[in-house]
Write a protein that binds this ligand. Structure first.
Ligand SMILES: Nc1ncnc2c1ncn2[C@@H]1O[C@H](COP(=O)(O)OP(=O)(O)OP(=O)(O)O)[C@@H](O)[C@H]1O
Length: 292
């Protein structure tokens, strides 16, 4: 089971500071959504509202057809996993995992134990005795094994080392095949996670910069390399998001699509047209002080 999400005109101000401004989007159910943004862009603010930590004052949020705030059904089906959560501090890990079924009807204790073993989480310790990385791995374990229709990971990997993160990402893909749910990932570590995302929402300065499927987004970015003058004249009318020159050769990153005519022209001029990674697009589309 997976929840669809609809957000309309969500606006959140902290006194005079505009953390989110007129944010609207829908998230399709059963997909992995990358919620990307620079530090302070508004990701956590958005996700805490989706998880109903606060009541919406301006705008609306509809999850699986209902207002999620103080909504028992939706809240039971929503996991919010973040690094600062200290709900479980004094209980032993084995007891925590055993008790989860009480809160989460789909919790799979056997899977959680299996994951805990893979992450080397000691079952006989209490949560407050775990290292930072082990604590994050415990949160991730609970998030995965809860199998909630909406699962939100807000930079949940903090403190986990590279092999542990790799294991986490692998489990996301396996679990999504076995028990598809709506998964939201907030991150600015785009390069190592981009292969996980079905859809991408980029938040910039409290606003939605873009929302696309990963496939669409990757089709919209490309690089053009060749003699400086040819590259300049070819890209005059295109949206250049980054450029660098070296000894008469110029390489630019462009956001947009090329018509067939433009592709032919590029080939005739001998320009090299390449693809861009999601990480490159993210970095250059959200760069401050540069026109995008
Ligand atoms: N309780 C608060 N009071 C005042 N300002 C706040 C509060 N919470 C967040 N903000 C501000 O709102 C903006 C968005 O914060 P948020 O935590 O949502 O960003 P983020 O995208 O999650 O950033 P990061 O990647 O650094 O975690 C920031 O400028 C932050 O300083």
């Amino acid at each position: 089971m997976a929840y669809p999400i609809e957000v309309r005109h969500l606006t959140v101000h902290y006194k005079k500071y505009k953390a989110l401004e007129d944010v609207s989007f829908t998230l399709s159910p059963g997909k992995v959504h990358g919620i990307l943004g620079r530090n302070g862009a508004g990701k956590t603010t958005l996700l805490t509202y989706l998880a109903s930590f606060h009541k919406v004052k301006r705008g609306t949020i509809v999850i699986d057809g209902e207002d999620p705030f103080e909504n028992e059904r939706i809240l039971q089906g929503t996991s919010f996993i973040y690094d600062k959560d200290n709900t479980y501090d004094y209980d032993k890990i084995a007891k925590i995992l055993k008790g989860m079924l009480y809160f989460r009807p789909n919790f799979d204790e056997a899977y959680a134990k299996d994951l805990a073993a893979k992450f080397n989480i000691p079952m006989d310790k209490s949560a407050d005795q775990l290292s930072k990385g082990q604590y994050s791995a415990l949160q991730v374990t609970i998030g995965l094994a809860s199998r909630t229709p909406l699962t939100i990971f807000d930079e949940a990997y903090l403190g986990m080392d590279a092999p542990a993160r790799e294991l986490f990402y692998k489990e996301i893909l396996l679990e999504q095949e076995r028990h598809p749910r709506t998964i939201l990932f907030s991150t600015h570590l785009v390069s190592e996670m981009e292969y996980l995302f079905d859809e991408v929402l980029i938040i910039d300065n409290g606003k939605v910069l873009l929302q696309e499927t990963s496939e669409q987004l990757l089709e919209k970015g490309f690089s053009i390399t060749g003699p400086e003058e040819d590259v300049d004249s070819f890209t005059e009318t295109l949206e250049v998001i980054h450029e660098k020159s070296l000894g008469g050769t110029k390489s630019v990153m462009v956001y947009g699509t090329l018509t067939e005519q433009e592709q032919r022209e590029a080939a005739e001029l001998g320009l090299e047209v390449g693809t861009l990674s999601l990480n490159n697009l993210f970095i250059h589309l959200t760069k401050e002080g540069e026109e995008t």
